[in-house]
Design a protein around this ligand. Sequence first.
Ligand SMILES: Cc1cc2nc3c(=O)[nH]c(=O)nc-3n(C[C@H](O)[C@H](O)[C@H](O)COP(=O)(O)OP(=O)(O)OC[C@H]3O[C@@H](n4cnc5c(N)ncnc54)[C@H](O)[C@@H]3O)c2cc1C
Length: 417
Amino acid sequence: MAWSNWSGSVTAPAEVTRPQSEDELAALIRGARKVRATGAGHSFMPLCQSDELILGLDRIGDAIRISPDRKTARIPAGWSIKRLTAALWHEGLALANQGDVNPQSLAGAMATGTHGTGVDLGSLATMARGFRLIGADGEARWCDAATDPDLYQAQRLSLGMFGIATEIEVAVVPAFHLAERIEKRRWEEIRESYDALAGQHRHIEFWFFPHADHVILKTLDPCDPCDPPPSTTDMEETAFRRVLDIAAKLPFLTPWLQRGMMKTRFDGHRRGPAHAIFPSDRTIRFEEMEYEMPRALGLEALSEVVGWIRKKRLPVTFPFEYRTVAADDIWMSAMNAGPVAAISMHQYHAMPWAGHFAEAEAIFRAHGGRPHWAKRHTLTRGDVDTLYPMAERYRVVRRAADPQGKFLNRHLEALFS
Ligand SMILES: Cc1cc2nc3c(=O)[nH]c(=O)nc-3n(C[C@H](O)[C@H](O)[C@H](O)COP(=O)(O)OP(=O)(O)OC[C@H]3O[C@@H](n4cnc5c(N)ncnc54)[C@H](O)[C@@H]3O)c2cc1C
């Protein structure tokens, strides 16, 4: 079956090839002219697209290896976040933070700077301590901050250009439980109090339908061990899908539909093991753009984008998601200039998105935003250089790791060749 990303907006003619061992993987890489790796295909940008070999790594590696001090674990790179967090939990360990969903592969999530939310919590890439890579020459090498600092720095957010990762050493923490609370709050109130609230919760985010006056606020805080009761908090997906299908046929009804939806009660609690509470199910397909804004400008940028959508009565049918991510020191991370407010803009997959995203992108860029690498953006090579002081060094390391450009596709060639 031909490859497609999760939203269906990026396709490739090739089937995914799933080697069962590193030797098989190395032989495939040696024999190919062009190679891309894919995890769960959850990226919206054409990162995994290839006319030739697309590799899936989920069959390589059958166990996690925990360090004697229990502060790190070596994890097969192709394992999903779901599989690896279950294995860690079995050992009394956890990831300090996770994103919204858990089907992504560890390698894929790290390669794009995937993050969750939390004032003091960085992206998954900040948890990487070392990588086992199969290079363009088919040779295996280990890289970490001590053995090969430049390759390690580049590989922390790699977009899959520096080799195929088969194992990643990750910082882990003792297992913990989380209590989730979901409630409806007025947008004006959250706009005033978000920063104070963010300091009071380990994780906080809100969802905001641009034509409504209320937001759905979600917080997660550590709690005593408990079994997870049945979930009561996921938004009623069937009803939402019905609303989206109406909006797709009659887009002018979008503002009215959203205000109607937000009259519903949003009130929920869940408790349980952290790895079971972090993720939600996402069964409704959408397209997404996300900009990481300097934290102090996030709410202002969101207000401006929402104001523009309201003024033009644009049928943007999905809510914005607003999260916070800590600063890091990763060369190509959108968080490397300071802490950010991460603003995600979504659109139902069956409705036009490119024009709306482009106009919002201009507003985000004007406020100093930088895009999430996996989500829709229109950066050029020049933009990359303007936004990332380390871009040229990153390219130098890429050229040394892969002189023939085996791991590049058209999208990456335009930005990083
Ligand atoms: C429903 C949904 C929810 C999401 N939620 C969040 C969220 O909460 N936070 C967030 O920040 N992002 C989120 N994302 C974005 C998502 O986390 C990223 O797109 C992530 O990269 C997906 O991981 P993947 O395994 O699907 O990788 P893919 O999309 O398959 O690949 C991503 C990149 O990783 C590279 N790669 C994959 N495996 C390897 C390997 N073994 N070696 C080298 N390179 C490799 C690929 O070549 C590619 O460049 C979401 C996306 C969707 C569709």
